[in-house]
Design a protein around this ligand. Structure first.
Ligand SMILES: Nc1ncnc2c1ncn2[C@@H]1O[C@H](COP(=O)(O)OP(=O)(O)OP(=O)(O)O)[C@@H](O)[C@H]1O
Length: 249
C-alpha cells in the first residue's frame, strides 16, 4: 500500500485544519507535521483541540477546511486507515467483552497481527485477561486500549493521553514500549498533560492552544533559555476555555 512516493512524505501532515462544533471553533487553521519513525507529542490545555485533531487524523471528523495526509494518503481513506492504530482516551464500546477475546477479535481483522498472547503478557494484561472490560480499573483499560492500537502492527500510532491513570510501573513500561516501537521505525503521535512524558519521549513537541499550534520544536529547543518545559507551556498557553467565536483569548 505504501509506495516510494508516499514513503517520502511525513507520517502525518495537517494543513490549515479548521473544525467547528456549532459556534465553537475547536481547530483554527491548525498546521503541523509528524516525522516518520519519530515520537511527536501534542501538548495543550484542556479543550485546546488535541482530541479533535486526532479524530481528524483517524478520519472520524471531517474538517470544514484544510486537509490531513496520513502516511501519504488522505485521512480516512482506506489506504491511510490500514496503516494506523489508535488509542482513544476512553472507549465505552467494549463493555462486557474480556480483554483477551477483544484482542483476538481485533487481531483477526489484520493480515499480519502481533501475537496476542505475547502482547498481552508484555502489557500485563494476563493478570486480568478474563475480566469484563467494564470492570477493569482505569489503568487496566488503558493497557487494553494500547494493545488494541498496536495489535495490527501499525506504521503510525495515535495515542490520546496513553499513560493517564497508569501507575508509575505501568507508565515506565509503556514508555519503554513506545521507545522500542520508535526504534523499530514506527511513527507515534501522542497527546499528554505530563511534561516529563513529553520530555522523556518526544523527538518533537507541538504546543497547541485555542485550536492552533503556538510553539513547535524539540524539547532542547523549547527549553534552550533555561526554562522548564512546564514554564514554556504555561507561558505559551492560556487557562481559559475557547471562546464561542473561536477568537484568541
Ligand atoms: N462533538 C463535539 N461537540 C461540541 N463541542 C465539541 C465536540 N468535541 C469537542 N468539542 C469542543 O471542542 C474543544 C476541543 O475539544 P478537545 O476534546 O479536542 O480538547 P482537548 O485538547 O483534547 O482537551 P483535553 O485535554 O481536556 O482532553 C472543546 O471546547 C470541546 O468542548
Amino acid at each position: 500500500m505504501t509506495d516510494r512516493t508516499t514513503r517520502a512524505e511525513p507520517a502525518l501532515e495537517a494543513t490549515g485544519l479548521t473544525v467547528r462544533f456549532g459556534d465553537r471553533t475547536a481547530l483554527d487553521d491548525l498546521s503541523l507535521t509528524a516525522a516518520r519513525g519519530a515520537i511527536t507529542a501534542l501538548l495543550g490545555p484542556n479543550g485546546a483541540g488535541k482530541t479533535t485533531f486526532l479524530r481528524c487524523c483517524t478520519g472520524l471528523i471531517r474538517p470544514s477546511a484544510g486537509r490531513v495526509r496520513v502516511l501519504g494518503h488522505p485521512a480516512g481513506s482506506p489506504a491511510a486507515t490500514v496503516g494506523i492504530g489508535s488509542m482513544p482516551q476512553s472507549t465505552g464500546a467494549w463493555s462486557g467483552i474480556r480483554p483477551l477475546e477483544l484482542l483476538r477479535h481485533l487481531a483477526g481483522l489484520y493480515a499480519h497481527p502481533l501475537p496476542v498472547d505475547a502482547l498481552a503478557a508484555r502489557l500485563g494484561i494476563d493478570d486480568f485477561a478474563r475480566t469484563p472490560y467494564r470492570r477493569l480499573s482505569g489503568g487496566e483499560k488503558q493497557a487494553v486500549n494500547l494493545a488494541g492500537a498496536l495489535v495490527g502492527r501499525p506504521e503510525l500510532v495515535f495515542l490520546d493521553e496513553p499513560t493517564a491513570g497508569m501507575d508509575p510501573h505501568a507508565r515506565r513500561a509503556t514508555w519503554a514500549l513506545l521507545g522500542e516501537l520508535r526504534e523499530a521505525g514506527v511513527s507515534l503521535l501522542l497527546t499528554t498533560h505530563a511534561m516529563d512524558e513529553a520530555a522523556t519521549l518526544a523527538d518533537r513537541v507541538h504546543i497547541v492552544d485555542g485550536g492552533r499550534v503556538r510553539l513547535s520544536g524539540t524539547v532542547a529547543e523549547l527549553t534552550g533559555d533555561g526554562r522548564s518545559l512546564e514554564d514554556v507551556f504555561l507561558a505559551s498557553t492560556s487557562p481559559h476555555a475557547v471562546s464561542p467565536s473561536g477568537a484568541e483569548r
